[in-house]
Design a protein around this ligand. Structure first.
Ligand SMILES: CC(C)(COP(=O)(O)OP(=O)(O)OC[C@H]1O[C@@H](n2cnc3c(N)ncnc32)[C@H](O)[C@@H]1OP(=O)(O)O)[C@@H](O)C(=O)NCCC(=O)NCCS
Length: 189
């Protein structure tokens, strides 16, 4: 795709999906549908809701959330700890093999495909992922890197450096596609 096409697509997506306001519908569990990723996320959300409660009775639903989390972690094969800092509206279409360090930060409305690792690397710190970032299958984001809003990480990329807002990074180590392209107005703002 040429640069104009990329910018037009990024502008369109930035208008449709917010990098700031979580769209909780993206996580909503639909009755009767087999959706292990949503069930796993639901257990994490429930745990964090009840962990924040000062009500002593909240211990019971919190324990239930822990059990639900263990069950769905085993089903999905994902390692997403209960204390992960995940923005709302997270999509995990195929949660198998997804590993997220609890110290990493994932912004609202992100999309994470299978076998993605977000964790420690050789550089100090942990990844900070912006809002509405799409992370392709098998990608690894390692160390104290910052991924800007609306960025895209290609399948199997190994990201060891910051990725600016709206940019696309691919390869090992990841490089920016079209690094000289002017950022779309909505993203740069
Ligand atoms: C990174 C991605 C978003 C780029 O999409 P795009 O902007 O439409 O880019 P294009 O397809 O036009 O490719 C642009 C260039 O990047 C290269 N490229 C694209 N994806 C790549 C990847 N994952 N790794 C390495 N290079 C890649 C292309 O070969 C092309 O190179 P060229 O300019 O030398 O010909 C997309 O390729 C991708 O990896 N998406 C993840 C999809 C995924 O994980 N799906 C899982 C489904 S279960």
């Amino acid at each position: 795709m040429n640069i104009e096409g990329l910018i037009a697509r990024a502008n369109e997506e930035a208008t449709v999906v917010s990098s700031q306001e979580p769209d909780w519908q993206r996580e909503a569990n639909q009755r009767g549908l087999w959706a292990p990723a949503r069930a796993l996320l639901g257990s994490i959300r429930a745990y964090q809701r009840h962990a924040a409660s000062s009500n002593r009775l909240a211990r019971i639903p919190r324990m239930i959330a822990v059990l639900r989390h263990r069950f769905w972690s085993a089903v999905t094969g994902a390692d997403i700890p209960l204390n992960c800092r995940l923005g709302g509206g997270l999509l995990l279409p195929h949660p198998n093999g997804v590993v997220i360090h609890p110290g990493a930060v994932v912004g609202p409305n992100c999309l994470i495909f299978q076998q993605v690792t977000i964790g420690a690397g050789t550089t100090p710190g942990l990844p900070r992922i912006g809002g509405h970032v799409d992370i392709g299958a098998g990608a690894k984001i390692l160390g104290g890197v910052t991924i800007g809003d609306h960025a895209k990480i290609g399948a199997n990329a190994v990201v060891l450096q910051d990725v600016p807002a709206g940019a696309t990074a691919v390869g090992i180590p990841a490089r920016l596609l079209h690094p000289d392209a002017t950022l779309p107005a909505k993203i740069a703002a």
